[in-house]
Design a binder for this molecule. Structure first.
Ligand code: ADP
Length: 229
């Protein structure tokens, strides 16, 4: 049986995080836990909280750390995550969230934090063409649309441009990324938990690089364990 995994995936908007996280969750047979998807589900529910979340997301700003961490803690405590692990997508996004996540997983920890690296000029091009399914969140683009008339290949939902993929919201999200999320790269590097992966190339090529990084880490740590025993 394939061993599970506890992975965090970082990368700026448009780096291909969502696409790779779906693939990684299939590869390791673990749930894909996406804070963006959870928040979009809250918006869709039409609740009062959902309406507040929508306003923040549409502006391209971040939700509060407490709300996010409560949501993530709830999800990671479910039996599927506890049994096999998870691929965490969209969290942590601030040092505060990273500290809260470490406390949540303690005495265990994540296996690896993967940073998918793509130059900003390229993510801007990708984001302008990005399209998503309103029902299941599957990603498409103007250059790789669904097979039939903007209808999702996976679930039949409508495929549209995201409300927060406007030029203004994208540039605000990239700014916030630089200020709040990029410091996480240093934070995780200092803890020896980060692997940087080149995100330029086909989705299959990038996936292979990420899996190699996870396997290298596993072999490295079992090597250390073997040397210690
Ligand atoms: P992207 O990475 O393209 O911004 P996501 O789907 O991950 O897309 O997130 C969309 C929006 O959801 C963010 O712009 C933010 O408003 C909110 N969000 C998602 N995750 C978090 C988080 N960990 N902390 C705060 N806000 C978040």
């Amino acid at each position: 049986m394939v061993p599970g995994a506890r992975l965090v995936v970082l990368g700026k908007q448009g780096a291909g995080k969502g696409t790779q996280c779906v693939r990684l969750s299939h590869h390791y047979v673990v749930p894909h836990v996406s804070t963006g998807d959870m928040l979009r589900a809250a918006v869709k529910s039409g609740s009062a909280l959902g309406e507040k979340v929508r306003q923040v997301m549409d502006r391209g700003e971040l939700l509060g750390d407490d709300l996010i961490m409560e949501m993530v803690a709830d999800r990671l405590s479910e039996p599927d995550c506890r049994a096999r692990g998870f691929v965490l997508d969209g969290c942590p996004r601030t040092i505060n969230q990273a500290q809260a996540l470490a406390a949540l997983l303690s005495p265990g920890d994540v296996d690896l934090v993967v940073d998918i690296e793509v130059p900003t000029a390229q993510v801007l091009r990708r984001l302008a063409g990005r399209r998503v399914c309103v029902d299941c969140g599957a990603n498409y683009s103007v250059t790789s649309p669904p097979k039939v008339n903007w209808t999702c290949d996976v679930c039949g939902g409508e495929v549209v441009q995201r409300e927060d993929d406007t030029e203004e919201a994208i540039s605000r999200r990239l700014d916030i990324y630089e200020k709040q999320t990029a410091p996480l790269i240093t934070w995780y590097t200092e803890r020896g938990q980060l692997a940087r992966v080149n995100g330029v190339g086909s989705p299959d090529a990038v996936l292979r690089r990420i899996i190699r990084a996870v396997e290298d880490r596993r072999e490295g740590s079992s090597g250390v364990a073997a040397r210690r025993s």
